[in-house]
Ligand binder design. Structure first.
Ligand SMILES: Nc1ncnc2c1ncn2[C@@H]1O[C@H](COP(=O)(O)OP(=O)(O)O)[C@@H](O)[C@H]1O
Ligand SMILES: [Mg+2]
Length: 584
């Protein structure tokens, strides 16, 4: 059922209609069985009436037996049709939710970093889980309940009219109040349950933070403060639950109000006809049954409407997501099979929504097979520069030329194959070492392949010491690795990609000097094999192994040129020299 294209306009505009057209079969089956169920169910008070009237008319055992058999037949068919509508509706909302979830996830993956900068993770998680679930409830139980209500009324009211028009009009006079009241109560229930959810989310967030940061909490002896804060959150959750329970308990009394009122009115209305003998006892009993039967559909209309409304609200948020488009021009189609040169031409950049320049007027050039070292103080724009180079953002001004052509001309997937970035903040997925190293490499990537890469980044020995070696779980749920170990696994992932240009963002900051030297050695071997490298680094030894250096200060170029040149002219490099000593 996985689909790869973006959500169609018809889905974004009218999700209900779209899904009814996409999965008509389970829906039609569900509706059909529901109608059958309601007809059969609607018939049996009539049978009851017949039974009673036959008994009061003193008919033979045989004839009562026939009525009894009809009862059994109806009950048997009812079981089948009840099973049928459940299956139909169940399939319909399951398919729908699955489809919508895939579409939403797929769309998220197409969006660019600026979108994720704007949206908090929690909000997106809630969209992918809660909102889709709410929409599923609407298209599942909301639609079902609403349809059920209408179908029952369509069956029951005509039967009632056929039994006695005057009784019907009087007994049902109050009933329309029920859907209105239920709808109002449901609205309050939704608000209360939303508050309850929010309060619960705060309790969860607080617990999670306390557990994750327990060492800091203890280190600063903040247990009491955290506990106090937790108490408050927990109490407000408790209050929200109580409020919600209070409103919930209004539901049944409101529903019963309808039956009671109907019954009372009916007693008065039927009195004369019963006394005069115009209506039989059987009719009386059956009619009362039908009054009871109208209460659920009335309730169902109010309930279904409210669920549908809630589902539309949730879909509004999903629609907002679908309306987001990648704010990079992803239309580039020029194929890219090799690397020749890279040039930044007066590139300036501001992060979306900010005023100051993160990069200002950056120009430099790099040829195939060369290595470029980038350095500069924290916040000087190194990571930003690499983000532009890997097209996570486009420059605000100026141009980045790849093989003499603007970067945006190329297809993004070709670009990502030619140029591999190992980012500064390492992220490992909850999976094995091998899986993480071979991320995106497919099935044939095995422990042996991972080992080869691990040896090159000098982490093989440490991996073999893990409980399950290359099959050890890392990431959130796995073994804890040091910062330096994570960095080297990320580096191994980059080396495995074997692309022409390797870009490393300060990936050796947390490894010791000896390890660093071995990795430097490995990088040099790659360069000798014709690979181009761009290395953000702070160690002079690493920087001084590069052909040219770019030093940034406050988003501007402090110095760009050959390493000898820069060593002479850059104040930043001179300060590094003072701190780290003369590097050869
Ligand atoms: N996502 C962002 N949104 C807004 N400003 C940012 C963002 N990331 C970085 N910056 C700003 O851009 C400047 C350069 O940051 P960065 O490129 O990360 O520096 P470096 O990697 O050299 O430490 C800093 O002033 C930083 O505050
Ligand atoms: Mg950085």
């Amino acid at each position: 059922m996985a689909e790869t294209n973006s959500p169609p306009e018809s889905l974004i505009r009218r999700p209900f209609r779209y899904y009814m057209r996409t999965y008509p079969r389970p829906l039609i089956a569900g509706m059909g069985f529901l109608l059958l169920t309601n007809i059969l169910d609607g018939l049996w008070p009539l049978l009851l009436k017949e039974g009673i009237d036959r008994i009061t008319a003193h008919v033979s055992m045989n004839e009562i037996g026939r009525t009894a058999l009809t009862f059994f037949a109806i009950m048997g068919s009812l079981s089948i049709s009840r099973y049928g509508w459940r299956m139909g509706f169940g399939r319909f909302h399951t398919y729908t939710a699955e489809h919508l979830r895939l579409k939403a996830f797929r769309h998220l993956t197409r969006l660019t970093p600026s979108f994720f900068m704007r949206k908090p993770v929690g909000e997106l998680m809630s969209l992918l889980t809660n909102d889709i679930q709410t929409f599923r409830n609407a298209i599942g139980s909301g639609l079902l309940v609403f349809t059920d209500g209408i179908l029952i009324l369509l069956v029951v009211v005509p039967i009632m009219l056929s039994l006695n028009v005057a009784w019907t009009l009087k007994a049902l006079a109050f009933l329309p109040l029920v859907p209105l009241l239920i709808w109002l109560v449901m609205k309050k229930i939704h608000i209360a349950s939303k508050n309850q959810q929010d309060a619960f989310a705060r309790v969860t967030a607080h617990s999670q933070e306390s557990v994750a940061g327990i060492r800091i909490v203890k280190g600063f002896a903040l247990e009491e403060t955290r506990l106090e804060h937790f108490n408050q959150e927990s109490r407000s959750f408790e209050q929200a639950c109580n409020r919600s329970a209070k409103i919930d308990s209004l539901f049944h009394p409101v529903m019963e109000f309808g039956v009671t009122a109907g019954t009372v009115v009916f007693l008065f209305a039927a009195r004369e006809d019963m006394l005069s003998g115009a209506a039989s006892i059987g009719t009386f009993v059956a009619f009362h049954r039908y009054i009871m039967k109208t209460v659920w559909p009335m309730t169902a209309l109010g309930m279904g409407l409210s669920q549908l409304q809630k589902g539309f609200g949730a879909f509004d948020r999903i629609r907002e997501l679908f309306r987001e488009s990648p704010d990079l021009d992803l239309g580039g189609t020029a194929p890219l099979s090799h690397f020749e040169s890279l040039e930044f031409r007066r590139v300036s950049f501001r992060y979306p929504g900010t005023q100051q320049w993160a990069l200002k007027d950056i120009s430099f050039r790099l040829e195939k097979g060369e290595s470029l070292g980038i350095s500069g103080a924290v916040g000087s724009g190194k990571t930003t520069l690499l983000a532009l180079l890997t097209r996570q953002f486009d420059p605000t001004e100026g141009e980045i030329l790849f093989n003499g052509r603007p970067l945006r001309d190329y297809s993004l997937s070709d670009l990502r194959q030619t140029l591999t970035l190992v980012p500064q903040d390492v992220f490992l997925f909850s999976d094995t070492v091998t899986w993480n190293v071979g991320f995106g490499q497919g099935e044939q990537f095995d422990d042996a392949s991972a080992e080869e890469a691990a040896k090159r980044v000098d982490i093989h020995d440490e991996v073999t010491k893990l409980p399950m070696s290359y099959q050890s779980m890392v990431g959130e749920k796995g073994v804890t690795l040091s910062g330096g170990q994570k960095q080297r696994l990320a580096l191994a992932r980059g080396v495995v990609m074997d692309s022409e240009v390797l870009v490393l963002d300060d990936v050796l900051s947390a490894v010791d000097t000896k390890t660093e030297r071995r990795i430097d050695e490995m990088l040099r071997t790659l360069r000798e094999a014709g690979r181009t490298q761009i290395l953000v680094a702070h160690r002079l030894s690493t920087l001084m192994s590069c052909d040219s250096l770019l030093i940034l200060a406050d988003g501007k170029v402090e110095c760009f040129g050959s390493r000898e040149d820069v060593r002479k002219r850059s104040l930043f490099v001179q300060s590094l020299q003072e701190i780290q000593g003369e590097a050869r």
